[in-house]
Design a protein around this ligand. Sequence first.
Ligand code: ZN
Length: 272
Amino acid sequence: MKHILKFSSFLLIGSILLTSCKKDNTVMVDEISSETLAQIASHGFETDDVRKVNEGYIVEGDIVLTPEFLSQNPATGASLLRIANDEQYRTTNLVTALPRTITISVEGTLTGLAVWSNATDAFINRYNALGLQITLQRVSSGGNVKIVGFNEPASGGFITLGSAGFPSGGNPYHEIKMNTNAQAYGTNPNQGYITSVLQHEMGHCIGFRHTDYFSRSSCGKRKQNEGTAGVGAILIPGTPSGFDNESFMLACSAGTDRTFNSNDVIALGHLY
Ligand SMILES: [Zn+2]
């Protein structure tokens, strides 16, 4: 999940200059082969902002695509769940063998820090309150999903708040990374805000893409529709109408404690 710092033209110019001075960034972009970019595009992701990381590649700000994921056949339109016409929940792989319990721990540098621990309990409670076929359960260490810290300052006007990947082999993605840099959440992080980011990253871990993947409107961009949107989509009749701009799976955060909206609840209930 990215957080827009500011979108003034001044900052945009500043970020362009900043990028051109940073040779490290250029090298990282150059390292991504055209073959890999083609694979990323074939799975329906943006290729204009791809970053190489240890686990694979980060796209759309916070989604980790592993080499294993990229080597799979791209999902077809049937993986698209569209609600209320405008709000689209695009899933790739899902967690299977339901009902099941997914265990979650807070590890590494985040261990013992009250705000991360409390936010973890809070987001777990939000999922469990929906009565889904997946139940989240906190464990003291290990487990199916580990929440760990990383430290990375803002770059190009954006800061990465956290990252996660998609399920594989019917199991949830194994890790949520959260940025401990003070530029992400400040020196005294707000528990509700962290709760909402963890809730969002957990959404990726169980297969959710960004609700606004087709437009990235939450990031202040207006992208072209992918063109395939709606083809083979699972449409749920009788769902709320009108666009609700507060989905927990919007690509960019407004810096608030965003939780499930009514459409998110329908989508989660449909899939799990
Ligand atoms: Zn995300």
